[in-house]
Design a protein around this ligand. Structure first.
Ligand SMILES: C[S@@+](CC[C@H](N)C(=O)[O-])C[C@H]1O[C@@H](n2cnc3c(N)ncnc32)[C@H](O)[C@@H]1O
Length: 184
């Protein structure tokens, strides 16, 4: 676990609403479709840009991130009362089995989320939903490029989710990103 503060420039980028050009809050809420009492998690929440988009639609939103500095930046920006920051590696989650009704992974699949799908399946209840949105390996290229060698395409991601015990409700390539909506 890294206790270090995050690069301030990176904090500003992660908090920039320009990211909604690629995935909007309305899209995320529609994909996850949370009930008002749902417990959901944002896996790799960063400074909470997308966590904030779920908070008004769910009961509790766990903002899971391994970097303390990003939670601090999120607190400074202002965290809704039903957001619970969780300082943890998403490969070792402090939740009991089947605790979550759903979760999202936005721009984190290429940060090792693909390696922890069994742990995600452990904490999402049967019938619960997982929404994965990330830059696509087949994207047009008008996007962040730092980690482009780690980007995946939708078929690979859907296959890995199936192997981890999820069913696929929806899977599509878009111009720059893929979206997979999976169900445990
Ligand atoms: C590109 S940022 C995306 C942040 C946010 N989801 C967004 O789209 O604004 C990737 C995030 O994943 C977090 N992360 C990377 N590896 C992680 C891990 N193993 N466990 C928890 N968080 C992790 C990073 O700290 C960072 O906040």
């Amino acid at each position: 676990m890294s206790p270090d503060p995050y690069d301030p420039e990176r904090v500003a980028t992660l908090s920039d609403p320009a990211s909604f050009r690629y995935c909007s809050g309305e899209e995320l809420r529609s994909f996850l479709d949370p009930g008002p009492g749902w417990h959901v998690a944002d896996f790799g929440s960063g400074t909470g840009l997308f966590t904030d988009e779920l908070a008004p639609a769910a009961g509790t939103v766990y903002a899971v991130d391994v970097r303390r500095g990003l939670h601090a930046a999120y607190r400074e920006r202002g965290m809704a009362a039903n957001v619970v920051p969780v300082l943890a590696d998403f490969g070792r989650l402090p939740f009991p089995d089947d605790h979550l009704d759903g979760g999202i992974s936005v721009r984190t699949y290429h940060h090792g989320f693909d390696d922890v799908l069994e742990e995600i399946a452990r904490v999402v209840r049967p019938g619960g939903r997982l929404v994965v949105v990330d830059w696509s390996a087949t994207g047009a290229g008008d996007r962040e490029g730092r980690d482009s060698h780690r980007y995946r395409d939708v078929a690979a991601v859907a296959g890995e989710l199936l192997e981890a015990g999820f069913r696929i409700d929806d899977a599509r390539e878009r111009r720059e990103t893929f979206v997979v909506v999976a169900r445990r």
